[in-house]
Design a protein around this ligand. Structure first.
Ligand SMILES: [Zn+2]
Length: 397
């Protein structure tokens, strides 16, 4: 009898577990209906490796720690992504500027070549309207953003060349100051107190061409300067709320409000130590290794990347999870309204949390937000509507 009772209880437990969670089911249906856009992945860095095929399925825990490819975009219901042409900051000399421009052009070529190779799978998106058009045609939309204005050197007119190659947002700088503006993380501190005089001309040219100024990575003063100069809305393509995680890379409430007041949008990233404050020991080790990474030559970067992976493993217990991630989205939505927040994962650039490790798992975000009471209409804004509004405003003359 006792055994029979245990059997019945186990059977009942099995039946409950086997029942599909109705909210999970609803999240899936809604997620599949949404037009989803992520404004920041560093996948072009991985694509530059000769053995990487974007149309092959990889795994986030493989040797490359790969988090984005076409098969997983499809699996996750990710319709469009901004592929970031990332250039590490180097010396501010004419020779270095020449060299980095050549490198930038080679990364653009790698993206264009991959799209040419798989014309039935994905296509370069150039306008706001392209996202829905390509989605309807059953193709993934690949937009291009450039992470760091370093490759333009002192030649503002060269922005037109990058626009013609598909660039639709420009992250003004990366981890160090450049000729355009101050960075939020340059250990030397401010060089201009915001935008340089050339930086002002860069914003005017971006407005004229139809490229969105991207304020991720720039200093607080640079954000204020850009908001003063730009005649069009701006974005932070991958930035979080400083009120929840106090690091210079994140945006304080005052700047989130100022970006929203201009019609812009803050796209939340999935980088653990920008979501949840790391312990001082973890922060110090990461900071030191990242500083070396950003200054290293290409040949030395791979070994430092492995070092960073090892540090992240050592502090795995501190890693952010999906609850930490949606908390930033919810915070910004409550601070300035859901019209001014979106998603910019930074997959392949350090993005990935427990519960959303790679692009195939993004439905979990929809599920979490739905659980918090977000409607389909609001989810549609967060997942793509808001960034499309900014793109449309940027395109208009
Ligand atoms: Zn970045």
């Amino acid at each position: 009898m006792k055994h029979f009772l245990i059997f019945v209880l186990m059977f009942l437990a099995f039946c409950v577990a086997a029942q599909p969670d109705p909210l999970r089911q609803k999240a899936r249906e809604i997620h599949r209906r949404l037009l989803t856009i992520d404004t920041h992945t560093d996948v072009p860095m991985v694509m530059s490796k000769p053995d990487f095929d974007i149309n092959q399925k990889h795994a986030y825990n493989d040797a490359n720690n790969s988090t984005v490819d076409f098969p997983r975009m499809r699996e996750g219901g990710m319709d469009a992504m901004f592929f970031a042409i990332y250039l590490g900051q180097g010396p501010l000399s004419p020779e270095a500027h020449k060299e980095v421009k050549v490198k930038a052009l080679s990364i653009y070529k790698a993206v264009h070549d991959a799209l040419k190779k798989y014309p039935d799978i994905a296509e370069l998106a150039l306008t706001a309207a392209d996202a829905a058009r390509l989605n309807k045609a059953g193709k993934l939309a690949v937009y291009i953003g450039m992470e760091n204005g370093y490759p333009i050197g002192d030649d503002v007119a060269s922005l037109k060349q990058f626009y013609d190659l598909g660039c639709r947002y420009l992250t003004l700088c990366h981890s160090f100051n450049n000729l355009i503006c101050d960075s939020s993380t340059d250990p030397k501190g401010a060089l201009y107190g915001g935008l340089s005089p050339m930086g002002v001309r860069v914003i005017q040219e971006l407005n004229r061409l139809g490229i969105v100024p991207d304020l991720s990575h720039v200093s607080d003063e640079t954000v204020m300067d850009v908001l003063r100069v730009s005649t069009k809305p701006v974005i932070a393509s991958h930035s979080n709320a400083r009120a929840l995680c106090d690091v210079p890379r994140n945006l304080p409430d005052s700047l989130i409000k100022a970006i929203a007041a201009k019609g812009g949008v803050v796209q939340v990233n999935f980088v653990s130590d920008f979501l949840k404050p790391p312990s001082p020991a973890f922060a110090a080790e990461l900071r030191e290794a990242r500083a070396r990474y950003f200054k290293a030559t290409e040949a030395n970067r791979e070994s430092i990347r492995l070092e960073i992976n090892a540090i992240e493993k050592k502090y795995a217990h501190e890693r952010a999870n999906i609850t930490d991630l949606v908390r930033h989205i919810d915070y910004i939505a409550k601070l300035v309204g859901p019209d001014h927040v979106g998603i910019g994962s930074d997959f392949d650039g350090g993005g990935g949390v427990t519960g959303c490790e790679d692009v195939s798992q993004i439905e979990n975000i929809t599920f979490e937000l739905l659980k918090m009471g977000y409607s389909e209409e609001t989810l549609a804004k967060i997942w793509g509507g808001n960034i499309l509004r900014v793109l449309r405003a940027t395109e208009s003359k």
